[in-house]
Design a binder for this molecule. Structure first.
Ligand SMILES: [Mg+2]
Length: 350
């Protein structure tokens, strides 16, 4: 069973605005649907945590928000910009090479397979750090055995948190968490469950599953399973893994070429290890170079065969990257294996 890492950006639209207008940071800020001139007609889409301290919430009429805090800073939502930032986040997450499901503009789930809790936790820490470094945005991450529990862990750890619900903690969590926190339990279901004596999620187990199915249909079956710590919601990736890549920043040693070569060795080994783990082969090699002025160049090369060989990956990558790194000072390099196929039964491509 694959572990799920669930990533949810914190106060996403408002965080995007804080990022490009740092002067907005630190004071209550709302992003709303209407032009600033006409703001009192609209609704708050997102607000930062400073605004939440005053009771301001998403979905609230902007007029009400201003009543709660009269000096509220206000920005009209810029969907195209948030979409762009979202794409950058999703692109980064998919570059990790695991199946990815985009849940919304600022939420995604990745299936890290049998990585184990310890490694998944390390990976999640790295993801938080990378998103903060690259995009200047905070996020919260939950880890558990399925999408539902991973999302709940994520909700609980907000903001800027990381929470793992492993088998041990999950049990305690289900006993201590109000059933209305379960995704899918709206006010109606909540009333029904309360009437059956259910308070915590685990309490659902006290009810006859047949009665649950009577009351809630197939959702009743799901409720019963979830209450018992069984989460079968899987990550459904839109496309299978298209490439596996690794990249890293150089330390800026005296001999750049030497440093690039040895880092490329490390990165190539990591890509091969990941391919082996997935029992996959590659039919294309790509490299990326980021220069000290942050401009980037990429080179791709398709092979006439599939391979899982380190030598094939490294030799192709090193020749392309030498070409790109000869003249300019390099800050970061990346290597990618693409045109992936399963190890068994691959034939020549041409
Ligand atoms: Mg969010």
């Amino acid at each position: 069973m694959g572990l799920v890492i669930y990533i949810d950006m914190d106060y996403f639209f408002a965080a995007c605005e804080e990022k490009r207008h740092p002067e907005l940071k630190g004071r209550p800020l709302a992003v709303g649907t209407s032009d600033s001139a006409d703001k009192l007609r609209g609704v708050v889409q997102t607000c930062n945590y400073e605004a939440r301290k005053y009771g301001i919430r998403s979905g609230m009429p902007t007029l009400k928000a201003f009543q709660l805090y009269k000096d509220l800073q206000y920005v009209k939502a810029d969907d195209a910009y948030y979409e762009e930032v979202s794409n950058a986040i999703m692109e980064y997450l998919s570059s990790l090479g695991f199946p990815l499901e985009k849940m919304s503009i600022d939420e995604a789930a990745i299936d890290v397979g049998d990585l184990g809790y310890g490694k998944a936790n390390e990976l999640a820490e790295r993801i938080k750090e990378e998103i903060k470094q690259r995009l200047g945005l905070p996020c919260t991450i939950g880890i558990s055995i399925g999408k539902v529990f991973a999302k709940m862990a994520c909700d609980k750890a907000k903001p800027d948190g990381l929470l793992t619900l492993d088998e041990v903690h999950l049990h305690e969590f289900l006993k201590s968490t109000d059933v209305k926190k379960l995704p899918g339990v709206g006010s109606k279901s909540y009333e029904k469950l309360s009437a059956m004596g259910v308070k915590s999620i685990a309490d659902i187990r006290n009810i006859d599953p047949l009665r649950l199915v009577d009351e809630f249909g197939s959702f009743g079956r799901e409720l019963y399973a979830l209450a018992g710590g069984i989460d079968e919601s899987k990550v459904v990736s839109e496309e299978r893994v298209l490439s596996i890549s690794r990249e890293r920043t150089l330390r800026g040693l005296e001999d750049q070429q030497k440093e690039i070569d040895s880092m490329l060795e490390v990165l190539s080994k990591e890509v091969i290890a990941e391919l082996n783990k997935r029992k996959m082969e590659f039919g294309g090699v790509g490299v990326k170079v980021r220069y000290v002025d942050f401009s980037e160049k990429v080179r791709d090369r398709s092979l006439s065969y599939y391979s899982n060989s380190y030598d094939v990956l490294y030799s192709n990558a090193v020749s392309m990257i030498r070409e790109l790194s000869r003249a300019n000072k390099v800050r970061k390099i990346g290597v990618k294996a693409y045109r992936l196929g399963n190890m068994s039964g691959q034939k020549k491509l041409f």
